[in-house]
Every structure is written in structure tokens, then in C-alpha cells.
Design a protein around this ligand. Structure first.
Ligand code: PLP
Length: 393
């Protein structure tokens, strides 16, 4: 049975063009770019080209990009750099719906005496800008707000937030791991100081990421060692990964229109049909201010995990908004932060599409999911309630 992969916010398939571009750098040109000899030196221009390709997608300068091992490393580097370069400041501001790469770091920093303010979101997933503004103090070292949410796809007005933060003279970082490649970004015209991205979310491989650091931003490296990345990130470069990321960014730029038209249409078709066919289902997050590929839907009276398991029987790969922690099924912090009612929060499923999805695949999901929900509702302790509610409507 063919795999229908609609979990692209978790990770993406490596594009064939990316694979092709990388292969020679595993097989033939395996030199170390720092070596004195010609064999090592010949990979340098390819690394430079990749840096330019990443910068081009972001509307940045190549000298403003450093390569990292992943989005999490980029996030950690940005926050730790801001704290290290502002040693007298002990406060940071994040949103309540950040990825664990930011939230868990912030939680660990509180144990070291830092204060963290988590700015709340409303029921549509929008950030409360007034609360954000009020949270800024002379003690704030950095504000880090994600560009787009990984679970709901909700996009924050990052340019506006960056301006607001800059007016207070505070460093602004954005985790743009889900936004880069899906929506146009032009950093040249913004007040963003640092931005994180990750290769495996844009059809490049896992294990490669990048951090944009605006020219002139005070910076303190996270990894200390050799002089790679102009002393900003030690460690021998992941040359094939870097080349893969560069090619992935080049492809993302080429496919941006398709992402925002064809992929968006497929997502909207999926959503419209599921909501039409399945009673007691709602979309989580602002339906308009959203990534074009993401749909997060709550199906009342069922467990997200049960839906996923049954979809898995059809080789449909999606993801659930809840995580199973210490034996209890807790809805995700994002869905909880939006105040989604308990019976809805537990049944949330995220579909995240890519340019490789077809109309046939989406129609297959539309065909298979409604009877799955119906069956689960009959089995659930709330099943009859759910079914009755459906028939009454
Ligand atoms: N930030 C966001 C918003 C993400 O969605 C992810 C991955 O899911 C990360 C950070 C972490 O990226 P990586 O897996 O490259 O460490």
C-alpha cells in the first residue's frame, strides 16, 4: 500500500534534486574545507554557494548566515548568545506556544535564576501584543517568538513584533523553522536580529540548520573550538548537509508560489470536505493567518492517538496534537494555550502537506477518515453522546 505522508511539519522527504546535489560530497569530494590542500579546498566554493542560497531565500547577506546542526541548536545559540552578551540582564520573553526547543531551554534557564515571561495567545492562536509590550523591561535580554506555529500553522505578525521590540533596544529572535520555505521572508526590511531555520523541514536532510545573525548584532558562540563559521560556530562543517540545505532553499524559493497556491488548495479541499462529512469537528487556529500547508482539526469525543492508529492502517501518516506523557494523555501545550475545550483538545489531528502530495492522496484521506471517526465515536465512552449530537444537527 502506498504511503500517504501528510506529516511534513514533523519532517519532509529529501527532494531528489537535494539528494543529487549532496551525493558527490559523500562519495568523491569528502575533503575538509579547512584543509590546506587542493582536495579539501575544492569544497569551499560549494559551501559558499550554499550560504548564498540560504541568504537568498531569507533576503539576507551570506555573511549573516551560520550553519548549525538543527533548528534546536539555532534556537539555543540565539538565546544563549543574547544572555551572554547582556550579562546584567536576567529576563527573557517567549510565547506560550513555542516549540520545546525554546520552551524547555527557557524552563532550564529559570533554574539558573533567569525570569521568563510567556505571552499568552487567544482562542484563534493569536499572540496578545499588548501583553507582549507590557512584558518588556530594562532587564529583558531577548524576546524570542516563533514565526509560525508547528501545530496549528498560525502565523504571528513577526515584522511588527520585531519593530516593537527594537524600539525598546532589546534583541529579537524568531524561530522560523516552520515558516522558512512556506511563506515569503525578506529580512532586509525587518528589525529581526536573529532567525532559526532547519533543513529537514524544507526537503533538505536532518542534521543541518542555520542561524541568521543580523550584521552588527553582538554575538557569543555556543560551540567553542575551531575557527569554522568565522569563529561563530566551531566544528568541522557538515559539507553534504550544507550543500543539501542550500539546494533545499533554492528549491523552496522556486516552489514558493506552488506552496501558496496548489498546496493551499489541497489543504483547503481536505479541510472543507472533512468538516462537511464529519460532525462535531473544528479547525484549530485562525483559518486565514495560517501556513498554506497546515490544518489542525479537533474531532470531538475521540482520542487523537486512536485516530492516528486507524489512519496508520491505511498508511496515512499524520500527527496528533497531544503527547502521551507519563501514562496520561495530555493535550498539547499549544492547544491548551488556545483554551480548546477538553473533549475537543484530545481529538486534534495535524495534517501538514507538501508539494509532493496529490489530489488523489487527499481524496483518499477524505474517503477513509469519516468512517474512522464514526467507528471510534461508537467505541468511546462519550460515543453515544457524540453520535446523538451528530444526528440531532
Ligand atoms: N522549532 C520549531 C517551530 C519546530 O517545529 C521544530 C521541529 O519540529 C524545531 C524548532 C526543532 O528543529 P530541529 O528538529 O531541526 O531541531
Amino acid at each position: 500500500m502506498k504511503t500517504i505522508y501528510v506529516d511534513n511539519n514533523a519532517t519532509t522527504q529529501v527532494a531528489p534534486e537535494v539528494m543529487e546535489a549532496m551525493l558527490p560530497y559523500f562519495r568523491d569530494y569528502y575533503g575538509n574545507p579547512s584543509s590546506m590542500h587542493t582536495f579539501g579546498g575544492q569544497v569551499g566554493p560549494k559551501v559558499r554557494e550554499a550560504r548564498e542560497q540560504v541568504a537568498e531565500l531569507l533576503g539576507a547577506g551570506a555573511d549573516e548566515i551560520i550553519f548549525t546542526s538543527c533548528g534546536s541548536e539555532s534556537d539555543n545559540t540565539a538565546i544563549r548568545s543574547a544572555l551572554a552578551t547582556n550579562p546584567d540582564k536576567r529576563h527573557l520573553v517567549i510565547s506560550r506556544v513555542e516549540h520545546p526547543a525554546i520552551r524547555s531551554l527557557a524552563a532550564s534557564l529559570t533554574k539558573q535564576g533567569y525570569r521568563v515571561t510567556e505571552v499568552p495567545v487567544d482562542s484563534q492562536g493569536h499572540l496578545n501584543l499588548e501583553k507582549l509590550q507590557k512584558s518588556l523591561t530594562p532587564d529583558t535580554a531577548i524576546v524570542s517568538i516563533m514565526w509560525a506555529n508547528n501545530e496549528t500553522g498560525v502565523i504571528f505578525p513577526i515584522e511588527k513584533i520585531a519593530e516593537l521590540v527594537r524600539r525598546q533596544g532589546i534583541i529579537f529572535h524568531t524561530d522560523a523553522v516552520q515558516a522558512v520555505g512556506k511563506i515569503p521572508i525578506n529580512l532586509r526590511d525587518t528589525a529581526i536580529d536573529m532567525l532559526s531555520l532547519s533543513g529537514h523541514k524544507l526537503h533538505a536532510p536532518k542534521g543541518i540548520g542555520a542561524l541568521y545573525i543580523r550584521r552588527g548584532t553582538k554575538f557569543s558562540p555556543f560551540l567553542i573550538g575551531g575557527h569554522q563559521e568565522q569563529g561563530r560556530r566551531a566544528g568541522t562543517e557538515n559539507v553534504p548537509g550544507i550543500i543539501g540545505l542550500g539546494t533545499g532553499c533554492q528549491l523552496a524559493k522556486k516552489h514558493m508560489d506552488q506552496e501558496n497556491s496548489r498546496v493551499r488548495e489541497l489543504r483547503d479541499h481536505l479541510e472543507k470536505e472533512l468538516l462537511y462529512r464529519i460532525p462535531n469537528a473544528v479547525v484549530n487556529g485562525d483559518p486565514l493567518q495560517r501556513l498554506p500547508n497546515t490544518s489542525n482539526i479537533s474531532f470531538e469525543f475521540v482520542e487523537g492517538e486512536s485516530i492516528l492508529l486507524m489512519l496508520n492502517e491505511y498508511n496515512i501518516c499524520a500527527s496528533s496534537g497531544s503527547a502521551c506523557t507519563s501514562g496520561s494523555l495530555e493535550p498539547s501545550h499549544v492547544i491548551r494555550a488556545m483554551g480548546v475545550p477538553f473533549t475537543m483538545a484530545h481529538g486534534s489531528i495535524r495534517f501538514s502537506l507538501s508539494i509532493y502530495n496529490t489530489r488523489e492522496e487527499i481524496d483518499f484521506i477524505i474517503d477513509k477518515l469519516p468512517p474512522v471517526i464514526e467507528r471510534l465515536r461508537l467505541m468511546s465512552p462519550f460515543g453515544n453522546q457524540g453520535s446523538n449530537a451528530c444526528t440531532r444537527e
